[in-house]
Ligand binder design. Sequence first.
Ligand code: FE2
Length: 282
Amino acid sequence: MSAKTRNVIRFVKGSPTMDGAGVNLTRVIGTRELLDLDPFLLLDEFKSEEAKDYIAGFPSHPHRGFETITYLLHGNFRHRDSRGNEGFLTAGSVQWMTAGRGIIHSEMPEMTEGLVWGYQLWLNLPAKDKMTEPRYQDIAPDQIPVVDKAGVTVKVIAGDYRGQTGPSKTWIPALYFDVSLASNTSFEHPIPDELTSFAYVIEGQAQFGSAEKSYPGQAGNLLIFGEGDDIEVATGESPARFLLLAAKRLNEPIVRGGPFVMNTREELAQAFQDYQDGTLDQ
Ligand code: FE2
């Protein structure tokens, strides 16, 4: 049986958003245009050399019911939570946090000048795992395998690529690659149908999908792949760098309110109540 290439079925540009205590960022998933992409709930890109865009950070706020995955390309962030956990993110590091039943944390830049550039992704938890104990995976840059061959460089944050396995433990089958392609280079990777998959272009431009039906994408574009079992990307004169994500669809109801994502209105109301009562993270 030959592989069927997954072609682009939807194309989305991010929208400028303010979040935290006044951080300017680009929201790509979790907008009015693209509320969610089961099981992905949110994707933000923060990229600025202006301290005023990021300095206010994300002071103390709660989460329940999903995972937040922060991938920092430039800059430094400190993470603290109400249970006494603390982590320091440097350029190239990943924090894969399972909020589970609840955490209250802050995410603050630890710099006053220079470029801050990174991504935060929210990945849903299955209903049966939403109230699990919180868990942190602080992943240093040197723990992330890099596969570099014939103009294709893949940082394997989660999932498998050509015999290398990313360090992140995931609740549902998922992959997270940071892919760089030289000019006139092609990339191919099998991703089965039951995994929702998208690419977010972070630099340059490339063609996504099969040669006959490829779709152009450039920095700031999200490309969602349709059915099939193989991802193909090719560059022309320009090189490209993109995040490639995939995770198994949950097909469960999503009821979200601010920092909480549950399955029913009652569970959502309970999350707000627990936060008010000070028991969210107990
Ligand atoms: Fe957060």
